[in-house]
Design a protein around this ligand. Structure first.
Ligand code: NAP
Length: 356
């Protein structure tokens, strides 16, 4: 199903790093039309083009530059809102929008592990949308909140999903190498990151997200509840001097043994469910496995399928677990704005949101 005319949408926190990606991805979207942009007190009442420190390559879309930034507290009459707010603001604002009939596709971590909120990757767990009916009933909302995962979680889970389905994953250890744009704008001070690596993000909270979110994503939706996958996970995160593109070095222990060749084939042959394949932002193939000994690399691989693809490489035996590999995706596209747009497309494709 796709809308008969474009659906008006709001971007909450439109001036930030992720908000700008939303503007870029939605400016010419075939299903959605940007109708409302919100910001903090700093920007309210001023033209978007004046208050935004635009950090993307191509210029601000002309039709958006003159739009006046609105208060996030004023819930607009739109069917969908994309959330790019800091967590503290998302906690306040997103439930208000949902209560007033808006389907909020949120990037913030605030509601990801809420037992009534789907943490969604359309290629991985589209059936988790089944929770929305209960969410609306129990929260008394006419709209709903759907979240997308942490920007490193998504890179890792895209690769884990086919392996978990085929062989079962028992344990996973990962070290991430995360780009500076993951910290928003202005983000990490240049004196901290140039010529350097920082072995911590969010004082442990980033690692906690990577150790918990995959369990919900790879878990089942059963009898109206999410049942976590049983996988032991340990994560070590680092911030590295890369602008865009998060890399994860991953080791997995499997229930059923697989050779690197079998794992590579399983990853390459992974396809999204049919409903997802027809959506405008869905990558042609969710995962591309590179055979070269020196891929994936952020600069060369982050823009695969407009930043929506995941690249996996160096699939090989592991001396401690069974297999190890490297995965990479674009953190502000696949890991943030693009992921949320794909979630919204699934809401429309499933007929949960449409023309009124
Ligand atoms: N960067 C990534 O790769 C990434 C990936 C996944 C998830 N996320 C999550 O996405 C969210 C946004 O991240 P970001 O990197 O875009 O941050 P950011 O660059 O700091 O942008 C924050 C945005 O929120 C607005 N804002 C701040 N305080 C507000 C308030 N009190 N009320 C209303 N709006 C307010 C800002 O508006 P003004 O400019 O008007 O102040 C700005 O538009 C965060 O929750 C982050 O954790 C980020």
């Amino acid at each position: 199903m796709h809308p008969s005319s474009k659906l008006p949408v709001a971007i909450l926190g439109a001036t930030g790093a992720v908000g700008q990606r939303f503007v870029q991805l939605l400016a010419n979207h075939p299903w959605f039309e940007i109708a409302v942009l919100t910001g903090s007190d700093r920007s309210i009442g001023k033209p978007y083009g004046e208050v935004t420190r635009w950090i993307l390559g191509e210029p601000i879309p002309e039709k958006v530059a003159g739009m006046i930034v609105q208060p996030t507290t004023d819930v607009a009459d739109v069917p969908i809102a994309f959330g790019a707010l800091p967590t503290e603001s998302a906690v306040e604002a997103e439930p208000q929008w949902a209560a007033n009939g808006v389907y909020v596709c949120s990037n913030a971590s605030a509601f990801r592990m809420d037992p009534l909120v789907p943490l969604l990757i359309p290629e991985v767990n589209p059936e988790h949308l089944g929770m929305l009916e209960r969410q609306q009933r129990e929260r008394g909302w006419r709209g709903a909140i759907v979240t997308n995962p942490n920007c490193s979680t998504i890179t890792i889970v895209m690769a884990l999903k086919p392996l978990h389905d085929a062989f079962g994953i028992r344990r996973m250890f990962t070290t991430t190498l995360q780009a500076v744009s993951g910290a928003g704008y202005p983000g990490v001070a240049s004196l901290d990151i140039i010529d350097n690596i920082i072995p911590n993000i969010g004082n442990g909270s980033e690692e906690a997200k990577i150790e918990t979110e995959p369990l919900k994503l790879l878990g089942r939706f059963e009898d109206g509840a999410f049942r976590d996958a049983r996988i032991a996970i340990s994560a070590q995160v680092t911030r590295v001097p890369v602008i865009d593109g998060h890399t994860a070095a991953v080791s997995v222990e499997l229930d059923a043994k697989a050779t690197p060749g079998e794992a590579s084939t399983t990853l390459s042959e992974f396809r999204a469910p049919a409903i997802v394949r027809g959506m405008p932002s869905a990558p042609e193939r969710p995962i591309v496995v590179r055979p070269e000994a020196d891929r994936p690399q952020p600069r060369r691989d982050r823009d695969l399928y407009g930043g929506m693809g995941t690249t996996v490489g160096r699939v090989r035996p592991c001396n401690l677990f069974d297999l190890k590999f490297v995965a990479l995706s674009h953190n502000t596209i696949r890991g943030a704005a693009g992921g949320a747009v794909l979630n919204a497309e699934l809401l429309v494709a499933e007929g949960l949101v449409g023309n009124r």
